[in-house]
Design a protein. Structure first.
Length: 329
């Protein structure tokens, strides 16, 4: 009869062998797993460094490209808007940086900025629509009539355009004394503000063209659609009062869902009359604004830039006439 101790020793030996096998098996499996993980980490690190290097190269090229365009801008826009008077209109949240850059390029193109019209939050607040409507009807000239389908912002834009815009070159650069009280009334009501040129308190002179700056972020919330539509109404009204208007903004925001330029491009009727430029954040976008204004002044229209709904990067520009030397004469 086999001794009990023999069984006990056998059982212990079996479990010991099993334990040793588990340990050895784990070590054998662990080494390849660690090596594989280390190799994957090395490859990912190498890929990340490569992508970072490519990004740095692209940023460097973009910087050089922008500096190159900025250097050429005076030559690209020279005389493009000679004799034109331009009104700058800013929606709440519009970037002052983009507007300041545009002012410089407009000056290089030969245009004169008549002033800045700032549309305040109250102008777009649905709760203030009734007050705005009553004020517009109170301030408008007796002979001014609105369409039956006109919204309150259509009416306000028509009234502002009659005050600040003109399609008549003979009247450009002069104030409209008949409706100059409109600006004061809307300003007192908290709907707009104005920035006078040369820090004087004289009425803003009438402009022939206008640039409207959309907010630096898409509209959001329950009133997003109505606010975007209101700005489109302003653009349409301002455009109708002069030679033309261009809405400007950045593609990442203005031409995104909820953006003002998106709303403009989706409004088929207004998009037939008002141009847009969605890359105002780029030096070339500032140049395109000048080209778009020049096209507007001659009756053209287009949606330009790199964002959704853009039909081209820029308007078709006429080729410069060859000089006598170039023509061989």
């Amino acid at each position: 009869m086999i001794d009990f101790r023999y069984h006990l020793v056998s059982i212990v030996a079996i479990f010991l062998a099993l334990a040793v096998g588990i340990v050895l098996g784990t070590n054998l499996l662990q080494d390849p797993a660690i090596k594989t993980a280390n190799e994957m980490t090395r490859q990912l690190t190498q890929t990340n460094e490569g992508l970072r290097g490519e990004l740095d190269v692209m940023k460097g090229r973009e910087q050089v490209h922008q500096e190159f365009i900025t250097t050429l801008t005076p030559q690209l826009v020279q005389g493009g808007l000679a004799g034109e008077q331009v009104l700058l209109v800013e929606a709440p949240g519009a970037s002052s940086t983009y507007r300041e850059l545009t002012e410089q390029v407009l000056a290089e193109a030969g245009a004169k900025v008549t002033g800045r019209l700032l549309l305040l939050d109250k102008f777009f607040d649905p709760k203030s629509a009734g007050v705005l409507d009553g004020l517009v009807n109170q301030l408008k000239p007796a002979e001014m009539a609105f369409a039956d389908t006109a919204t309150v912002h259509d009416k306000a834009a028509t009234l502002l355009a009659a005050t600040l815009m003109t399609a008549d070159p003979a009247l450009a650069g002069t104030p409209n004394e008949a409706t100059s009280a409109v600006v004061d009334g809307l300003q007192t009501g908290g709907f707009i503000d104005v920035d006078f040129i040369d820090d004087n308190d004289e009425p803003i002179n009438r402009a022939t063209l206008a640039v409207l700056y959309s907010p630096d972020a898409p509209y959001e919330g329950d009133n997003a659609e109505s606010q975007a539509a209101a700005l489109v109404s302003v653009a349409g009204g301002i455009d109708a009062g002069g030679k033309g208007a261009v809405m400007a903004g950045a593609a990442a925001t203005s031409a995104a869902p909820g953006g003002a330029i998106t709303a403009l491009r989706d409004d088929s009727e207004t998009a037939k009359r008002v141009s847009s430029v969605d890359n105002v954040d780029m030096p070339e976008g500032q140049v395109v604004i000048v080209y778009a204004l020049r096209e507007q002044a001659t009756g053209g229209v287009g949606q330009y830039g790199t964002g959704a709904g853009a039909t081209a990067f820029q308007p078709v520009t006429p080729s410069p006439a060859p000089s006598s030397t170039e023509s061989g004469s």
